[in-house]
Ligand binder design. Structure first.
Ligand code: GDP
Length: 424
């Protein structure tokens, strides 16, 4: 059985926690897209961890963690993460890296920085981890696959060829120091040494695992609204964040993905630029940010304060639909316990008309939120394990959201820990 865990919103919905929890019953956890630009925060018996590349299931002895072909693989970051968790007492995870995964090159990170500098105020809010230049090169067919590290002749020729094109841009567009092919080749030799023990023909491995009845979790990064096709283009990420892409980024048949667990946070947050209709500001936002998540809503990778907002039914309904949600995991509900009243965005007013369908970016920019205000429950709900034991207004909030988004909320998360979960 293959399940995907993906985000319905702008990312940071708490996917890491849900994956970590579901990983208990999984044999294999696969990352299928994205790179070290976003992070998952996981709290478990070993402590609190911010992971960027390792799949969230790497804390269990019984699971195999896989970096799929769809990932932007930053080899030094992966190895630093392995080292960090092992240093903190976690048993060495079993890791496999797809021989078809492509590598983030040192110059991708440089180009990301240089391009942000060049665009200055008009930038896309990149985390500068090289992800956009990486995927551009992948689709321009000048990327480096892990498998290519093992063909020395090809590697040498390609390094020289790529440096030539990159150096034209470095010299004439960015006015920055040029790449030295020998230095790049040396770096790639180091990468080869680091990655060699883990390289695997992942699609064959997963095909056999599916045939053997293994439980496989596909772990998504970010959420629907950051998808390059269906999100708030151009303020999106560079690889698809949808469960459908899980089939491609892991190399499995699409019909094998039987459950799409779509994570939705009980309020909204976003990082980077882009229209955010239900955004709130000032003291109201500061308070929610401070109380949010587990120790505040600040980026796991960048430490940037996240933009805050009320729950957005329009965006979440769309987010769940594009994911093909079979189950919604509704997270961080405990955080809202301090509010007397909780506004929920139930529609967008665009040019005088109210809609509940999420629009294209040019229309989204004109959208004004239509709110319905629900009563709060003014209670700490952490530690509650049964849905019936939640305060009535809290259940009404969950049920209202469920009706608005039109997908079943089967899990409610009321704390950052593995056991803080209520099944419905
Ligand atoms: P991800 O990228 O989707 O995994 O999201 P984050 O890493 O940003 O996770 C959101 C934050 O919320 C993390 O600090 C989690 O530990 C925390 N978290 C997850 N679920 C809950 C929850 O139900 N309640 C609270 N209070 N925190 C949660």
């Amino acid at each position: 059985m293959v399940k995907a865990v993906v985000g319905a919103n702008w990312g940071d919905e708490g996917k890491g926690k849900i994956t970590d929890m579901l990983a208990r019953e999984a044999d294999i956890i696969v990352r299928f897209q994205g790179g070290a630009n976003a992070g998952h925060t996981i709290v478990n018996d070993y402590g609190k961890f911010a992971l960027h590349t390792l799949p969230s299931g790497c804390f269990y002895n019984h699971t195999t963690s896989i970096i799929g072909n769809g990932v932007a693989l930053n080899i030094p970051v992966l190895f630093r993460e392995i080292q960090e968790i092992v240093d903190r007492g976690v048993p060495m995870p079993k890791i496999l890296v797809s021989d078809r995964a492509q590598m983030v090159m040192p110059y991708h990170i440089l180009f990301d920085q240089y391009e942000e500098e060049r665009l200055a105020g008009k930038s896309f809010g990149s985390t500068k981890s090289g992800i956009a230049p990486f995927y551009s090169d992948k689709y321009a067919k000048i990327g480096f696959q892990v498998s290519e590290l093992f063909d020395e002749e090809l590697l040498q020729e390609k390094v020289v060829r790529i440096c030539e094109t990159k150096n034209v841009l470095l010299e004439h567009l960015y006015h920055k120091p040029l790449l030295d092919p020998q230095e790049l080749l040396d770096t790639l030799h180091q990468y080869r040494e680091m990655v060699e023990p883990y390289v695997c023909d992942v699609s064959t491995y997963l095909w056999n695992a599916i045939r053997d009845g293994k439980n496989i979790l596909l772990e998504g990064q970010l959420g629907t609204l950051k998808d390059p096709d269906h999100g708030i283009y151009p303020m999106v990420t560079s690889s698809s964040t949808l469960a459908a892409y899980g089939a491609i980024g892991a190399g499995i048949p699409p019909y094998e993905i039987q459950k799409v667990i779509t994570v939705c946070k009980a309020y909204s947050s976003a990082v980077g630029a882009g229209t955010f209709v239900s955004e709130i500001f000032g003291d109201e936002a500061d308070e929610l940010r401070r109380r949010g998540g587990d120790g505040g809503e600040y980026g796991a990778t960048t430490g940037r304060p996240r933009r805050m907002g009320w729950f957005d039914c329009v965006a979440s309904k769309y987010g769940c639909r594009l994911q093909g949600a079979t189950d919604v995991a509704f997270t961080v509900l405990d955080v809202l316990g301090y509010l007397d009243e909780i506004p929920v965005c139930v529609g967008y007013e665009i040019d005088g008309e109210v809609t509940t369908e999420f629009p294209v970016t040019s229309k989204l920019e004109k959208a004004k939120p239509v709110y319905k205000v629900l009563p709060g429950w003014r209670e700490d709900i952490r530690g509650i394990r049964k849905y019936e034991d939640l305060p009535e207004n809290c259940r009404r909030y969950v049920e209202f959201v469920e009706e608005q988004i039109g997908f079943p909320i089967t899990m409610v998360s009321n704390g950052p820990g593995r056991e803080d979960i209520i099944y419905r």
